[in-house]
Design a protein around this ligand. Sequence first.
Ligand SMILES: [Zn+2]
Length: 104
Amino acid sequence: MVARVKKNDIVSVRAGKDRGKEGVVIAILPKKDKVMVKGIALVKKHVKARKQGDIACIKEQESFISLSKVMPMCASCNKACRVNAKSLEGGKVVRMCNRCKETF
Ligand SMILES: [Zn+2]
């Protein structure tokens, strides 16, 4: 198996309230199939002032969404693509765009 989505990938959000948006992957939880994308699935978080000089405020923060809601953007055909795995000589497995068969 090869990871469909990796950190710093640009992904397209396919479902949920941010459907149609794109963003950069900033964190992944592979075991839970969750992904955090910059600017996507923002939640408001109420932050207390913990030490002197801090200001209590409401921060907007990304939250984890299901990995199945995002698709990686292919750099060569510039579309959200399904990912195939391709084995190279030497046993290395790379990701391949299902549309243009380009590896990335
Ligand atoms: Zn492609």
